[in-house]
Design a protein around this ligand. Sequence first.
Ligand SMILES: NC(=O)c1ccc[n+]([C@@H]2O[C@H](COP(=O)([O-])OP(=O)(O)OC[C@H]3O[C@@H](n4cnc5c(N)ncnc54)[C@H](OP(=O)(O)O)[C@@H]3O)[C@@H](O)[C@H]2O)c1
Length: 243
Amino acid sequence: MIQWAFVTGADRGVGLSLVKGLLEKGYHVFAGQYAGAEAGGELERLEELNEGRLKRVPLDISNAASVREALEAVAAATDRLDILINNGAILGDMQATIEDELDFEEMDQVFRVNALGALRISNGLIRPILKSGSKLIVNISSEAGSIGSCWRNAWYAYCMSKAALNMQSQLIHNQIAPKGGKVMVIHPGHVQTYMQGKLDTAGRLTPDESAGGILKLVEQRLDPGYTGEGLALIDYAGETLPW
Ligand SMILES: NC(=O)c1ccc[n+]([C@@H]2O[C@H](COP(=O)([O-])OP(=O)(O)OC[C@H]3O[C@@H](n4cnc5c(N)ncnc54)[C@H](OP(=O)(O)O)[C@@H]3O)[C@@H](O)[C@H]2O)c1
């Protein structure tokens, strides 16, 4: 039987590498495409190479109409979705502290994308997910969303939105675990991507290395012999981080 996966924010960075990795593992993949051509056309190239197994879906997860259209594209192809990876996110301001003027308009958008965007997609796809064999939702979070290990005095929107994503993951887990549903919340590591608007050369990992680690954890989670309990915030190498 065909195994289906959906990745949001798949134009570049970790999302693009997750799409590549899932295709290598034999999945049929819906790739949520936010940027379009300016991301370099990598998804278009992958689509050509993978003859029918990659479907690009225009998707702004902060926009209800865009999400609706993406859900229709999924429904036209399958009534089952094995893996959803909520990866799409934005950073917002990284400088302003409580003593500065905070940009609430921008924060609103960061929340709409990082916290509510992921929830909108999980909500819209929960039926096909629960009908599938794997029933897995992977939320790409961040150590920045960990309250227990918080050291920053800025990055308000990003940190708070990822903490909200963590809570959302636990709420979903509580509802779907009794039905065989699975949730993972993963910090991808410090990755060399363009999230800050320019290549973050300080990142320790390439997107492929991060995605490789994440997909290994996914494989372990889907192993019928998996013995882990409950939900934890883990990094790409499987280390547990404090909530
Ligand atoms: N890089 C790191 O060190 C790091 C650390 C911790 C956590 N993370 C998390 O890892 C994930 C991937 O980030 P990344 O580093 O690969 O950064 P990235 O390259 O900027 O990837 C984020 C993706 O989300 C897309 N996106 C932005 N707004 C969107 C929207 N409204 N709807 C749908 N997609 C949207 C981006 O499109 P555009 O490129 O067109 O904006 C991009 O394709 C994110 O959840 C991020 O928070 C990254």
